[in-house]
Ligand binder design. Structure first.
Ligand code: NAP
Length: 295
């Protein structure tokens, strides 16, 4: 007997396109009123292939919605002091509403020092301690882009989180830690956080009503590790050599789609799931910061 597909694919590209349309409509309105338009600045250090691709995607998204953007590129030999001077300039540039420093940075530059130098009011990645800490306040400031995008995906697919058991695999400051806090705070979910030292990962993942994975290990989660009907959000994106692809690599998630999808009720693909939502969250954060500033 041929097994029929019973899961729903969470289409991040479609949701992202819908949100971009909403943002573009707002920009058109501003343009008609001859108002200033939102302006996002992006700092890219070095020429790492993946970072360049992410930044290209962010620039493309700015163009699509009509934002102004500035791309500041520096060689990976730039000193920390010099980079910080550029950050100060952007902090003080009244024309720029929000800005991001694309990670990772070269080893000689402290990510913490650079991140903390960003004016929290312009920190549209939501990485600064002030924005990160506000996740647990009743009035969160700027939420980190990827977790924000995940919550928006769940909301738009009517996935109820209240009282559900969410299992977050991966506990990084960029994704896993803020996302688990947001699921507990805003989502009112019961959250289990798993990381590298978690003993018997599948004991936890099997209990998930909603399983979220941000590790960077393709195929970490297999079908035998999830229960029937689980909602799966795969945040992992790893470049894996693939001679059949024009670019010579394919993007792989942390979830073994072939074995996990048939047991899921909803699941994100990689690519085309969380990735497009990260970029759109950046646009939403920039628009929000822009609207909050008096123009
Ligand atoms: P990271 O900083 O390397 O963090 C990975 C996390 O996974 C850490 O908490 C690590 O634990 C944990 N971990 C490592 N091995 C594990 C294992 N075997 N079982 C359970 N947990 C394990 O990476 P990240 O920045 O969070 O990114 C994670 C993935 O998401 C990457 O593939 C990245 O490319 C992707 N990502 C995608 C987007 C998007 O827009 N789609 C955005 C951001 C990141 P320890 O802390 O104990 O080491």
């Amino acid at each position: 007997m041929v097994e029929t597909k019973k899961y729903t694919l969470i289409d991040g590209r479609k949701v992202a396109a819908d949100i971009k349309k909403e943002i573009a409509d707002r920009v058109d309105e501003l343009r008609r009123e001859k108002k200033k338009l939102p302006h996002l600045a992006i700092i890219l250090v070095g020429d790492d292939g993946a970072s360049t691709t992410y930044v290209d995607g962010k620039v493309k998204a700015c163009k699509e919605v009509g934002f102004h953007y500035s791309l500041l590129r520096f060689a990976d030999t730039i000193s920390e002091e010099r980079l910080i001077k550029h950050i100060d300039q952007i902090n003080n540039d009244d024309d720029i509403d929000g800005f991001i420093v694309q990670l990772p940075l070269p080893a000689h530059i402290s990510v913490d020092r650079v991140t903390e130098r960003i004016n929290p009011e312009k920190d549209v990645d939501g990485f600064t301690n002030q924005n990160f800490g506000s996740i647990t306040s009743t009035h969160p400031l700027i939420l980190p882009a990827t977790p924000f995008g995940v919550l928006e995906l769940l909301r738009r697919y009517n996935v109820e989180t209240l009282g559900k058991h969410c299992v977050m695999v991966g506990a990084s400051r960029l994704v896993g830690a803020p996302l688990s806090m947001m699921l507990a705070e805003q989502g009112r979910a019961t959250v289990t956080i798993c990381h590298k030292y978690t003993k018997d990962l599948s004991e936890h993942t099997k209990q998930a009503d909603i399983l979220l994975v941000a590790v960077g290990k393709p195929g970490l989660i297999t079908g035998d590790m999830v229960k029937e009907g689980v909602v799966v959000i795969d945040i992992g994106t790893t470049r894996v050599e693939d001679a059949s692809k024009a670019k010579g690599f394919a993007l792989k998630g942390d979830v073994d789609f072939e074995t996990v999808a048939p047991k899921s009720s909803l699941i994100t693909p990689v690519p085309g799931g969380v990735g497009p939502m990260t970029i759109v969250s950046l646009l939403l954060n920039t628009l929000r910061v822009f609207e909050q500033r008096a123009h």
